[in-house]
Design a protein around this ligand. Sequence first.
Ligand code: NAP
Length: 382
Amino acid sequence: MKLTLLGATGSIGRSTIDVILQHREQFSVYALVGHQNAEKMRQLAESVRPELVVMTRPDAVLKLKGTLPSGVRLEAGMDAAIAAASESSVDMVLAAMVGLAGLPAALAAVRAGKRVGLANKECLVSAGRIFMQEAKEHGATVVPVDSEHAAVHQALCGHDHDSVTKIILTASGGPFRKRNPETLCDVTPEEAIAHPNWEMGAKISVDSATMMNKALELIEAKWLFDMPPEKLSAIIHPQSIVHAMVEYRDGSVLAQLAEPDMRSPIAYAMQSIPRLASGIPWLDLVKTGTLEFQKVDEKHFPAMRLVQDVMRGEDSLAIAFNAANEIANQAFRNRKIGFMKIVESVELILSRVENHPVETVADVWSHDREVRRLTEEVIIKC
Ligand SMILES: NC(=O)c1ccc[n+]([C@@H]2O[C@H](COP(=O)([O-])OP(=O)(O)OC[C@H]3O[C@@H](n4cnc5c(N)ncnc54)[C@H](OP(=O)(O)O)[C@@H]3O)[C@@H](O)[C@H]2O)c1
């Protein structure tokens, strides 16, 4: 199987390469696609020996010139990433760029009918209807890479869709689960990024701390599994061992358990039958000890209150939810706003946008751009 890795230089990209290197006889890499981390890309290209390296930022390409192993082609820009995602010899595309910036290349993979391992949840939040429709039209298979959605996928396998009464995603609660919200005003980006159970990129780590991540995942689940909002829920599970559960009409609940390590859902997305060894530690439940589950406190995590209306609303609300969060999350990481202002900004933006369907990709982009502009304005006034 030949792969293109979008977001190869990120946390998911690197875990995917770890799985590929364990199964060199089965997998080869057509293209590694990064954005600006030239040094990381040089190291990855050395170990993977792809046919092509793409950096979406042209200045990163200048840094890489002359440093790649011989025979590896080097290209620049998002158009080159799109071409790498739709290249005819590629069987599977791992979509792991961060943010809605990843949509054009992930959509290109879907339109080329590929197997798409989807980590980039922002694509589904903002363009889920279009993305899943295009996948159907072009015969693409969208397999979740998010650990919770990979767990749901496994618990749904071989079962009747209409017999599902509830999908329950678990959430660790992030680094501030036990903190009094009133003490969160002064937390630093470093504290927010230090996740207790998962090693992830900076944006998703902050999303986990605000629980925007779980909110985005509920919208992601709605599109991936074609489930109405009333069947989608989340609970806190601090140990991150049970990744999700599916409840059926007969009262059975199927759960998927594993050590928190993204190589497991990545390996499942790459090949589910027969399963691939992923290299994650074996789960020892006796050593793990007690598994706890708690209700999500929406006062502590207001993102989980906001998402209820967003899930029930039209596409424009989900686009606004994602775009405002991307801008506010970045502003927090750049120390322009405090931690609590992230979700406050998203709430303010939601109160200002109209609720309407969005039918085309061009309209997704224009709505997204407008919300980003509005959020920048709101943040300047913070
Ligand atoms: N990490 C996890 O455990 C995890 C779990 C579930 C889902 N996800 C999802 O997977 C995606 C990636 O997460 P991550 O943790 O791997 O993030 P990350 O470590 O920050 O990596 C992000 C990747 O996207 C690239 N990138 C950044 N900005 C870009 C842009 N404007 N255009 C094109 N590429 C760009 C980066 O390139 P450079 O580094 O070269 O700049 C990097 O390759 C996110 O959507 C996240 O929500 C992650």
